[in-house]
Write a protein that binds this ligand. Sequence first.
Ligand SMILES: [Zn+2]
Length: 393
Amino acid sequence: MPSASAHEAVLATTPAASLVFTTVLSHGPLTRAEIARRTRLSAAAVTKAVRPLMELGYVVEDPNEGARSALGRPANPVRVDGGRAFFIGVKVTGDEIIAVLADLCCRVRVARHLGLTNREPEAVLPAITALVQELLTEADGFGAPVRGLGVAVSGDVDRADGVVRYSPFLEWRDLPLAEIIGTATGLPVTVDNDVRALTVAEQWFGAGVGLSNFALVTVGAGVGCGLVVHGRVVSGAYGVAGEIGHLSIDPLGPRCHCGNNGCVEAIAADPAILRGVREVTGKPVATVAEALDLARSGDPGAREVYARAGQAIGKAIGSVVNLFGPQRVIISGEGLAAYDLFAEGIRDAFAASAFGTAVQCDVMTRPLPFEEWARGAAATAIQSFIGSDTYEE
Ligand SMILES: [Zn+2]
């Protein structure tokens, strides 16, 4: 294996190299001709971009065929060697830290969970560092270097500056997370909003592969939405694009923690459902699992709360589809456990609010285990390493 140089903080040093690598990563194995067709680069430009990636061992060609095209260019498909580099992804929730060690193809090799009893940065940051050190030790066993760390946090996160501007669940404000964790671990750190991180993973490795416009809607502790437009994950001018959780869909609805009334999140997120089920049924339901059991046992009040939540989500999805016309909307998140109770409400409200042919948008569900959020964080670290966050595609 070629030796790794210390300055490989970013693999691709040109937009073409970044584009070629990303294309092979998402769609490979591909022949050079297929890469040229997908990227609209010339055959010569593809060959030029692939060569250093192969020399460094990040891209490999299966040598058994030895075929050559009529023009004498190598015709064998090339693919990314996932084991050539490793990345660590960390997701911080209100009550635990989830960390994964993923390879360059974003396959999770090791996962760790650590419960949190204190959300203060003074407690959480050393815990993140300790988990990362554990995974660095694990990575030694795989014999490849760890090239980056991604940390995903809910709320308003400034990826370019590596700062958590405001995370309501954690009550963090203006925290220079990338700098602190980078100093503590010695790794290049990418900090991003958790839903956007998950969207990157779906775009490159999941249900968004091959789509230039799609939305990922997450339902659970909050309601979030990641947007991919023209192949780019959108942050917007203020970094909070896609905040569908705070679309106010019922001015007379319940008060939201953001200060407005009837936000999607105040109707369909887990705390809202729990509160709603308690109010409607008068039963002391303590957890989301209990609320779910009650609804599944046929309690009409509990079922009504879930139906309303489904309608709120469906309306929000209708707004997203009307606004930017994605090819697909992927619904995910831990709240999907209640999808059987949501589904009809989502379908009906979406059909009612989508304008014209927008109703044909493919709305699909994708159950993702909680570790996927940490995998999303690893995907952002891979993205930084490839340099695709700095180059327009
Ligand atoms: Zn709100």
